[in-house]
Ligand binder design. Structure first.
Ligand code: 9WO
Length: 248
């Protein structure tokens, strides 16, 4: 799959592309990421990509023309009809089912805005989908684009270990749509706090039940909305009782 990122700050992506378990996906071009700078599609001595807002007000607005030319250049390079995604707080909230969709797609053109925003005429004529990471405002779309690419890359075959791959199918589907259980590692006692004894017991049946019950009570306490979906997929009657009472 190929993602073309339109950004004024491609250098922000370099450490991200080179780090962690997703590095292989990016460097093997399993997830092929290309960058285009709207500044390369400007005319005039000042290579301007922004200008003052009509109607007045603070800040600057990204001009439509350099963005449109960047998209046209990308479209000429890749001969498909890749959708254009803009990262913006007014978009549809990104969730794991959307990530799965993009992970199985042939890619997209990702627009990272800067300044106060983009000329609305570019959005109206070139943007197919707006995606939000949540109800907050950043200074640019680059971090949302990296979050998106990270989520997509880790779902590619061979990126996660086999033992992690069971989480692939949906948001924690290996756990029946529930939140993950707490994790512990060495030392066995840290600052006077011991690891739950069951995890040291070697009894894998008990450990499995403990983890399942932890997942249920965590989900009931923190994300009761997830229980509705979990109920449709993987909750047993016994789980339902536990989830409702929040007890294990
Ligand atoms: C910012 C904004 C704020 C309120 C309502 C609508 C809005 N649209 C934008 C916007 O598109 N801004 C551009 C991208 C330019 C300024 C920096 N940008 C941005 C994207 N800030 N925050 C995001 C973002 C993207 C996805 N999820 C959360 C925040």
């Amino acid at each position: 799959m190929r993602f073309d990122v339109v950004t004024l700050f491609a250098e922000l992506f370099s450490p991200f592309i080179r780090a962690g378990v997703t590095r292989r996906a990016f460097e093997s071009a399993l997830v092929d990421v290309h960058f285009s700078n709207p500044r390369d599609f400007t005319t005039g001595n000042y290579r301007r990509v922004d200008d003052r807002p009509f109607g007045g007000g603070p800040g600057m607005v990204m001009m439509a023309e350099p963005l449109a030319k960047a998209v046209a250049h990308i479209r000429a390079m890749r001969n498909d009809n890749a959708p254009v995604i803009l990262f913006s707080p007014i978009g549809k909230r990104l969730d794991h089912s959307a990530v799965r969709h993009w992970a199985g797609s042939s890619g997209a053109i990702l627009i990272c805005g800067r300044y106060e925003g983009l000329d609305q005429r570019f959005i109206d004529t070139h943007v197919d989908i707006q995606i939000s990471l949540g109800d907050f405002v950043l200074s640019g779309g680059e971090i949302p684009a990296m979050a998106f690419l990270d989520a997509v890359a880790r779902l590619q075959p061979g990126v996660l270990s086999d033992s992690d791959s069971y989480r692939f199918d949906s948001f924690n589907e290996g756990l029946g749509g529930l939140l993950d259980c707490p994790h512990f590692t060495r030392p066995e006692v840290w600052e006077g706090r011991a690891v739950p004894a069951v995890l040291m017991s070697g009894n894998h049946g008990q450990i499995g039940r403990w983890r399942r019950n932890q997942s249920l009570s965590l989900t009931a306490d923190h994300r009761p909305d997830l229980l509705a979906t979990a109920g449709a997929t993987g909750l047993s009657d016994a789980d339902g009782q536990n989830a409702l009472t929040g007890k294990i």
